[in-house]
Ligand binder design. Structure first.
Ligand SMILES: Cc1cc2nc3c(=O)[nH]c(=O)nc-3n(C[C@H](O)[C@H](O)[C@H](O)COP(=O)(O)OP(=O)(O)OC[C@H]3O[C@@H](n4cnc5c(N)ncnc54)[C@H](O)[C@@H]3O)c2cc1C
Length: 266
């Protein structure tokens, strides 16, 4: 029988896991090298006393691409979730993105209204600040965007590219209050690590394994056991490798328990 085609993926975040899943589906033998001791990358979910949290910041899964949604839905159940954001301007609670219909509550409304009536036809893409000012006027920009942007990015908005603002800053007039407009939105019921783990189900994973390109194997055949051993940590508690179910137990039991809390939390 022919040896399966072989490939190496660096990183067990959502991108690496998705690539691993697709390549395994196409018949490749897939090895994933992850420098951290845990899978998941930025979307990793941890659990504390049964409560999930994402150490790198909360993520909402959203896509307009039905093929993407159908793919991930094979690997996790989603809790329906629509993210809504509000901001506080003095005593006023406003929707984010801003809605024109709410702006008349502001004491500055007469000035805001004048500025909105004289906006340029196209946004000024010189930098982040010019983009926002040309979208909503100076007053709204100063009230709602400027200080937050400086806090979040640690830089003056004039130093940021307009491209940073394009998908983040809007002035809406449709009273739609969800942050995202994508058709498909949700949160994986058992967290993102569970999703990534399921995507990686057919791959051989090497955790705690930084893999500079110079050490990748040249041959396309199956890895020699000594190569795998060289590139895996053997002593740190969270190192595991398996190939097509050849390891012990299911993918869930192959993970250290603390990284795979397969429990329902609502
Ligand atoms: C605070 C925050 C909130 C976000 N919110 C959302 C959201 O709500 N919705 C959304 O769609 N997106 C959101 N994003 C973006 C999202 O996190 C990323 O698009 C996504 O996680 C990227 O996945 P990735 O696999 O490409 O990269 P990563 O998650 O960074 O994974 C890369 C992996 O590769 C490993 N690696 C890197 N170099 C090596 C090496 N040399 N050898 C071995 N391993 C290596 C890393 O350790 C890591 O595990 C958010 C991002 C942040 C920071």
């Amino acid at each position: 029988m022919n040896s399966p085609k072989s490939c190496v993926i660096v990183g067990a975040g959502l991108t690496g896991a998705t690539a691993a899943c697709e390549l395994a589906r196409q018949g490749f033998r897939v090895r994933v090298y992850e420098r951290a001791d845990v899978i998941g990358g930025h979307v990793r979910t941890e659990w504390l006393r049964g409560i999930p949290y994402e150490p790198h910041g909360a993520h909402i899964f959203h896509t307009d691409d039905t093929a993407v949604w159908n793919l991930v839905s094979k690997y996790t159940d989603f809790v329906p979730y629509q993210h809504r954001v509000t901001i506080r301007v003095r005593s006023h609670q406003l929707s984010w993105p801003l809605q024109r219909s709410e702006l008349s509550r502001l004491e500055e409304w007469p000035q805001v209204e004048r500025e909105l009536s004289s906006l340029p036809p196209e946004p000024d893409t010189t930098n982040f600040a010019t983009y926002c000012r040309s979208l909503m006027g100076q007053t709204l920009y100063d009230l709602c965007v400027r200080n937050y942007t400086m806090k979040q990015w640690g830089r003056a908005p004039e130093e940021l590219s307009a491209s940073v603002a394009v998908n983040r800053v809007e002035l809406r007039d449709d009273d739609y209050r969800g942050l995202f407009r994508d058709r498909h939105q949700g949160w994986p019921e058992r967290g993102y690590t569970d999703l990534v783990e399921n995507l990686l189900d057919s791959a051989e994973i090497h955790l705690g394994s930084r893999s500079p390109a110079t050490t990748w194997p040249r041959s396309r055949g199956p890895a020699s056991p000594s190569w795998s051993r060289r590139h895996s940590t053997t002593s740190s508690a969270v190192n595991w490798a398996r190939w097509n179910g050849a390891g012990s137990g299911s993918s869930a039991s192959s993970f250290p328990a603390s990284h795979s809390p397969r429990r329902r939390w609502w």
